[in-house]
Design a protein around this ligand. Structure first.
Ligand code: ADP
Length: 448
C-alpha cells in the first residue's frame, strides 16, 4: 500500500494494482472469500470507530456526533452490503436454439482509479471500494487533499484485514497532479470520480485518452417542492436537514426550495424559526454543536460571496441571531427569500448552508422551474396527494427523488444523477454495474 503524492508515485501505485490483478492471491479468490475479507475490514473499521470518527471530525470539521453516528457506521455498512454481493456475481445462460449455447461471465474491469472529495471522506471511499472489491478489481484511490487522514488510517486496517498487497492502493496528493495522473494513466481501466462538475468534465476528457470506463457523480442544485397540502412541520424539518446538514456541503443538498403560494408565508416563518432553534455553531467536538466550520477559508469566502450576490439580485437574506464563533471558517445558516429563479443563487451550486426559496402557483410551474437547471442529481416533493407525489417524482429530471423527506439515502438504493450531475450509479445493486464487464461465450454444439 502506498501513500504518496507525485506523478511517479501514482505510477507505482498503478503498477502495484496491475500486478495484484494478475496474482492468484487475489485473482483466484472466490467471491465468498472476497466477501470474508470485506467483512473482516468492516469489523476492523467498527473496532476502530472512535478513532476514525475523531480523525474525520478533526480533518473535515463535521460534528463528532455525526462522524460517530453516521460516517463511520455507514462505511462498514456499505462494505458489508457489497461483501454480500461478492458471491452472487452470476452470469446467465441465453437460449439461442438447439444447435448453440450462449452464456455470460462477469469479469472485473481491472485497475480502477477512484477519486473522492472532502465532504464525506470515509463514505465516498466506501461507495467506491465496496463494489470494486466485490467484483474482484484492484484499486488506486486518490483522496482529497483537504481530508486525507481517515482513509490513510483505514489503509492500515485494509492490510490488517488480509487483503493481498497491491489490491488497494491509497494515495493523497493534489487533484491537478495526482488526480490528473491517475485519470490519464495508460494502465488504468476505469475512473470513478466524485467532485465538482468542472473537474468531472476535465477527468472525462483525460480518461478519453485511453477510452477508460468512466462514472461521475458531480454537482447538484436539487429542488425541494412543498405543496399547499403538505405536512408543514415535516416539510420544514426535512427541508432544513436537506440543506443545512454537513455544513451544507452535500452534492445532493436540496438547496432550491419551491413553496406553493398558499403556505409560502407560514412555511418561511417556520423554516426561519427552526433554523434559529438549531443554529448551534462551534467546536465540532462539542456534543451540542449542529454546525461546524466549512472545509476551508476559500470555501467559506466563496459561500459568503454567493450570499452577497443574492442580496444584490434582490433576495432577502435571513441569518439566525447571534455571533459566529471567533475562530474557524464559519458561515451562518442562511435563508434567501423572494429569490428570482433565474438568478445565480437559484441556479448555481453554493455547497454551503444556504437555502434559496421561491414561490410557485401550480404543479406544472413547479416541475418546469425545477427542471430549468443544468443539474439533475436529486429532488424532493412534499404533498399528501399520492397521485401528485408519483407524478412529480416521474416528471422531475433527477437521478433520485424523495417523497416527504430529503437526503434520506440508503445503502441498498442507487445514488447518482442525470444531466451535468453525472452518470453511472453508486450504492445498491446498480452500483456494481460500473465494476464488471460482461463476457459473452457462444458455443457451437454441432459438427457444422
Ligand atoms: P472541490 O472543488 O469540491 O474541491 P474537486 O472536484 O476539485 O472538488 O475535487 C474532487 C476531487 O477531485 C479531489 O480528490 C481533487 O483532488 C480531485 N481533482 C481536482 N482536480 C483534478 C484534476 N484536474 N484531475 C483529477 N482529479 C482532480
Amino acid at each position: 500500500m502506498d501513500t504518496a503524492p507525485g506523478e511517479l508515485d501514482v505510477g507505482r501505485a498503478v503498477q502495484a494494482a496491475r500486478e495484484a490483478l494478475k496474482q492468484p492471491s487475489w485473482r483466484s479468490l472466490s467471491g465468498t472469500e472476497r466477501g470474508h475479507l470485506m467483512n473482516r475490514l468492516a469489523d476492523l473499521v467498527d473496532e476502530h470507530g472512535e478513532t476514525l470518527a475523531a480523525i474525520e471530525t478533526l480533518d473535515n470539521g463535521k460534528p463528532l456526533s455525526i462522524s460517530r453516528s453516521y460516517d463511520v457506521p455507514h462505511f462498514s455498512e456499505v462494505l458489508r452490503y457489497y461483501a454480500g454481493w461478492a458471491d452472487k456475481n452470476q452470469g446467465s445462460v441465453i437460449d439461442i436454439g438447439p444447435k448453440k449455447m450462449a452464456y455470460t461471465v462477469k469479469h472485473p474491469v481491472g485497475v480502477c482509479g477512484q477519486i473522492i472529495p472532502w465532504n464525506y471522506p470515509l463514505d465516498t471511499a466506501a461507495w467506491k471500494l465496496g463494489p470494486a472489491l466485490s467484483c474482484g478489481n484492484t484499486i488506486v484511490l486518490k483522496l482529497a487533499e483537504q481530508t486525507p487522514l481517515s482513509m490513510l488510517y483505514v489503509a492500515q486496517l485494509i492490510r490488517e484485514a488480509g487483503f493481498p498487497p497491491g489490491v488497494v492502493n491509497i494515495i493523497s496528493g493534489r487533484g491537478g497532479e495526482a488526480g490528473a495522473a491517475l485519470a490519464r494513466h495508460q494502465e488504468v481501466d476505469k475512473i470513478s470520480f466524485t467532485g465538482s462538475t468542472v473537474t468531472g468534465k476535465e477527468v472525462m476528457r483525460m480518461a478519453a485518452g485511453t477510452l477508460k470506463a468512466v462514472t461521475l457523480e458531480t454537482g447538484g442544485k436539487s429542488p425541494l417542492i412543498v405543496f399547499d397540502d403538505a405536512n408543514l412541520e415535516q416539510a420544514v424539518r426535512w427541508a432544513h436537514e436537506g440543506v443545512m446538514a454537513n455544513q451544507g456541503q452535500m452534492c445532493t443538498a436540496t438547496s432550491r426550495l419551491l413553496v406553493q403560494d398558499g403556505i409560502y408565508d407560514s412555511f418561511v416563518e417556520r423554516f426561519k424559526a427552526f433554523t434559529e432553534e438549531t443554529s448551534i455553531l462551534g467546536d465540532p467536538f462539542d456534543g451540542r454543536t449542529y454546525q461546524g466550520p466549512q472545509i476551508s477559508k476559500a470555501h467559506a469566502e466563496r459561500i459568503m460571496s454567493y450570499i452577497s450576490s443574492a442580496r444584490n439580485d434582490g433576495a432577502e437574506v435571513f441569518h439566525p441571531r447571534g455571533d459566529l464563533p471567533s475562530r474557524g471558517f464559519f458561515v451562518p445558516p442562511t435563508i434567501l427569500t423572494n429569490v428570482k429563479t433565474n438568478t445565480t443563487a437559484f441556479q448555481e451550486e453554493i455547497f454551503g448552508p444556504v437555502a434559496a426559496i421561491a414561490r410557485f402557483k401550480g404543479e406544472e410551474e413547479a416541475v418546469e422551474v425545477s427542471n430549468a437547471s443544468r443539474y439533475g442529481l436529486a429532488g424532493a416533493v412534499f404533498t399528501k396527494d399520492l397521485g401528485r407525489a408519483h407524478r412529480v417524482a416521474r416528471n422531475l429530471e433527477a437521478g433520485m427523488v424523495w417523497v416527504n423527506s430529503s437526503n434520506d439515502s440508503d445503502t441498498r438504493v442507487p445514488f447518482g444523477g442525470v444531466k451535468e450531475s453525472g452518470y453511472g450509479r453508486e450504492l445498491g445493486e446498480d452500483g456494481l454495474k460500473g465494476y464488471y464487464s460482461v463476457k459473452a461465450v457462444l458455443v457451437n454444439l454441432t459438427d457444422e
